[in-house]
Design a protein around this ligand. Structure first.
Ligand code: FE2
Length: 196
């Protein structure tokens, strides 16, 4: 395996780098699973109530895709990779979630809240594991944690209002994770293409 300075620094600060990479891969799988689930789910959300929930789902879906991309960047920085089994594991994850055959908002909301709750728990644990040791991963997982908590709030706000009032506002997507989407690798390629 080629020398990876980022990984060495993380290990030097007392973090088990392989364990950390495994946890980040697990979260990447969760984020992609959410993205896949939301993509299918939004096709089932029709009618006045379904349409209102779809706006929440669309925003959470877009943020979860950003979470996936930011996590993959950090995984590679740490010398990790997405495993060859990623796609099959994703299939297993998606199969575990029962998608209602028809738009049934009261049935869907608890599923979404449970998924958001699991994400909040996982990112809280990642924050605890990296705080004061791996600043770059800590900043990333803390940013994602804040956005996952926002997903919970959006769903609870949805529950607390009348869907027919149409009162929704445009959200700023991934305000905290967007800075982490800038990849040094992309910058390197960009410099090369300009100097070619
Ligand atoms: Fe997410």
């Amino acid at each position: 395996m080629a020398r990876c300075v980022a990984r060495e620094l993380v290990e030097w600060s007392g973090v088990d780098a392989q364990r950390l990479v495994d946890l980040l891969v697990e979260r990447a799988l969760g984020e992609m699973g959410n993205y896949y689930y939301y993509t299918i789910l939004r096709m089932h959300l029709v009618g006045v109530e379904g349409d209102a929930l779809r706006r929440v789902v669309d925003d959470a879906r877009e943020e979860d895709r950003n979470h996936f991309e930011a996590l993959v960047t950090r995984i590679y920085e740490l010398g990790g990779r997405l495993p060859a089994t990623f796609a099959s594991e994703l299939g297993g994850l998606v199969a575990l979630r029962n998608l209602p055959a028809e738009a049934d908002v009261p049935q869907i909301i608890p599923i979404l809240l449970k998924a958001a709750e699991e994400s909040v728990r996982a990112y809280t644990q990642l924050c605890s594991a990296t705080a004061g040791k791996d600043n770059r991963t800590y900043n990333l997982v803390l940013a994602i944690l804040h956005e996952e908590i926002a997903h919970q709030v959006w769903l609870l706000e949805f529950l607390g209002r009348d869907a027919r009032d149409g009162a929704t506002h445009a959200r700023n997507i991934s305000p905290l994770v967007t800075p982490h989407l800038y990849s040094p690798q992309s910058a390197h390629l960009e410099v090369n293409s300009r100097t070619a």
